[in-house]
Design a protein around this ligand. Sequence first.
Ligand code: MV4
Length: 501
Amino acid sequence: MNKIKKILIANRGEIAIRVMRTCREMDIETVAIYSEADRTSLHVRYAHEAYYVGKAPSSESYLNIDKILEIAKKSNADAIHPGYGFLSENAEFARRCAQEGITFIGPSPEVIVRMGDKIQAREAMTAAGIPVVPGTDGEIKSEEEALSIIQKIGLPVMIKASAGGGGKGMRLVKNEADIVSAVRAARSEAKSAFGDDAVYIEKYISSPHHIEFQILADQHGNTVHLFERECSVQRRHQKMIEETPSPLMTQELRDEMGKSAVEAAKAVNYYGAGTIEFLVDNDLNYYFLEMNTRLQVEHPITERVTGIDLVKQQIFVAEGKELEFGQSDLRQKGHAIECRVYAEDPDNNFMPSAGKVYKISDPLGLGVRTDGYVYEGYEIPIYYDPMISKLIVWGKTRDEAIARMRRALYEYKITGVKTSIKMLERVMNNENFIAGNYDTHFIENNQEQLQSKPKSDAPEDMVILAAFIDYLDKIANVTPNKKEFVAAQSRWKKISHVNHF
Ligand code: MV4
């Protein structure tokens, strides 16, 4: 046992604060790092100490390994929590931490390398008897090999970059005539994006569900899963809504997939918190997709139904403690849903909406959690992810959770920037979502209902504004008559209502 007393959080935004909250509860000192663009960020104020790490671009700040380690040593931190994104799945960083005698709160560098390479991950899972999507055993070495594979598994197929993941460098091939050029194109794309041109082929699973299992393992060989998360509501590989339990799941399938997830983790001697991603087809066949060797954005829904603080467990594991619970101690209680709130305009092709947040008022009340970092007057930097916060609700049943999410979204007030809240409300009112009838194509399949409704009697902001300017123009020359004034005033009130609630 190696008690951790001070943690440097190598991250920013909501996840930096999320990690620090648990540290405070554990009497662990916190060290923040901040870039030029984050001088006024909340994670800096929340920490016990904060150090400037570099210029705004991540490459010069939150990805700067040398500088981060220098700060860790200067501040006497005995561990580093990487959060998600940035250096969280960087084996080199994990290795360098160990060299400097600083505990990396995460898995071993070896397992990060192995799971980061999707071909190696597939091989490890195949060897462990975990179902993987039918496809190539290793790298595709030639175009002839690609052709023989499609003879065997049939079309359509997906060509994927070994160094990819999360949808990067993927290609769908429907016709045999396209396979040679697709392999070539995928290879050169992978080379320039990842510096590694290895690609592999998988059978294309149409309309799958994306269901992942949270796992937790200590350094003594104890491994458990904390059930599933249904992550199929996403847009362009960007998750939007996650829930647990999955509406698709049966107890039988859960037990089976959970067992596979634990076996997958054990097969690579995994320790720490991790996630096994699966694709599930319409006949409830499941296939290993990839493993994420970090704490995920959507971890709070798992925390909500299991009652386990995952960050606390990560810290315990890093200290060398044994897990305090076994699989049979874990239960899923009720239903949790997470909505990710982004600073983007869902009615304008999800265009990022940068700028100053004028008003922000988080929902409160029974069964509601928000993990955020934005305050009134804060300017969202353009350099990083546009996520403003995560809204997590719990209900005794799925229906209660959905109703609560609608209520919480109604209470959520953010002005100054456009947000995805309206879109999230439309999903919560969508009959297919309510019925639990959705897969990874949900957004495209329900486009019509999810698009903005035609405006009712409320005039467009610009129209009202134009009317008001017109009115000001008029009264500059003549004394207004009362009727005109009252009409303009009421139009103006409609604008203020739109902007200030
Ligand atoms: C697939 C697939 C269908 N068949 N692989 C997208 C992200 C990356 N992690 C893997 N992805 C997919 N791989 C085979 N063999 C469909 C997807 C996919 C997807 C997966 C999870 C969540 C959303 C998705 C949206 C489109 C495609």
